[in-house]
Write a protein that binds this ligand. Structure first.
Ligand code: NAD
Length: 296
């Protein structure tokens, strides 16, 4: 088993670090929040006083930070200067493709193995060790990262070179935002046309309208008992997070010269829902905006 530094012990990182401990690794935990470090210690990690202390002498490093600027700063200031030679680095945060490529290239230039490895799955999957990892980076780095990531997830997929994990993540979440809104519109129209939502679900889930937002995460209460619609849209996956990912997708589309009108429309609608007070609601709560029942 290995010594692993874990930086960023928030909603996601907390459960992921605990699963590395469960897998038998010696985990050194650091976060800017003392409470987060304490929580990691309660799960069997050793708290560190700084990122620099956390990474000194370790075999591998996992980071789970809010955005690209945090990842760039932590790696440039604390990780690269203090990590041991040949150390494996896995950034699991959802960040912009350009930052992921820049940090990956800087790591390679310094002789480190680095992968961008964002995840699909929320806090429950982080705690349960059932995340899906989308990994970008050289095949040699992926081969070393796979065992660590497998102890925190149910699937670990090599997407391609540096930044490819982030590219896969934002394309997937752009599609998710679009089909969630489409699903909400269809249910709202069905109801206005006098159809019982359960009847519409029974039909459409077996017809060509079937999709994940409908059958696994239905935005109306009833048909899928575990979906957030059945608990007043408590997340789940918050609207603020979906909006963050759609903004990343639209920035990437602009840089790449891709035409993404549906993605742009999804971003605009989620920005509207966010502004109208839906920020902390599950992203499927946009149903209430579309059926006209959302109260600010
Ligand atoms: P969070 O805000 O709960 O956790 C982030 C943690 O990073 C915080 O505890 C914060 O104190 C810490 N941090 C910030 N700057 C730091 C620094 N310089 N050094 C050390 N610690 C620092 O966020 P989260 O929900 O855990 O999300 C983390 C990442 O995972 C994000 O990129 C997010 O987009 C992605 N993600 C989240 C979910 C979800 O459902 N929450 C799902 C998939 C992906």
């Amino acid at each position: 088993m290995a010594t692993v530094a874990f930086i960023g012990l928030g909603n996601m990182g907390s459960g992921m670090a605990a699963n590395l401990v469960k897998a038998g690794h010696d985990v050194r935990a650091f976060d800017l929040s003392a409470d987060a470090i304490k929580r990691a210690e309660d799960h069997g990690a050793k708290g560190a006083g700084s990122a620099k202390d956390a990474v000194s002498g370790v075999d591998a490093i996992v980071s789970m930070l809010p955005a690209g600027k945090h990842v760039r700063a932590v790696y440039e200031t604390d990780v690269f200067p203090h990590a041991p030679k040949g150390c494996l680095m896995m950034d699991c945060s959802t960040i912009d493709v350009d930052s992921a490529r820049a940090v990956g290239e800087a790591a390679a230039a310094k002789g480190f193995d680095f992968v961008d490895a964002p995840v699909s799955g929320g806090v429950a999957a982080a705690e349960g060790g059932t995340l899906t990892f989308m990994v970008g980076g050289p095949a040699t780095a992926f081969a070393k990262a796979e065992a660590f990531l497998s102890s925190m997830g149910k699937a670990v997929i090599h997407a391609g070179d540096a930044g490819a994990g982030q590219a896969a993540k934002i394309c997937n979440n752009m599609l998710l935002g679009i089909h969630m809104i489409g699903t909400c519109e269809a249910f709202a129209l069905a109801e206005k046309l006098g159809l019982d939502p359960q009847k519409f679900f029974d039909i459409s889930s077996k017809a060509s309208g079937q999709n994940w937002s409908m059958t696994s995460y239905c935005p109306v209460p009833g048909p899928v008992p575990a979906s957030p619609a059945n608990r007043d849209y408590q997340p789940g996956f918050a609207t603020a997070m979906m909006l963050k990912d759609l903004k990343l997708a639209m920035d990437a589309a602009q840089t790449a010269g891709a035409t993404t009108p549906m993605g742009a429309q999804a971003e605009a609608l989620y920005a509207m829902f966010d502004n109208m007070g839906g920020r902390a609601k599950d992203f499927s709560g946009i149903y209430k905006l579309l059926d006209g029942s959302w109260k600010t």
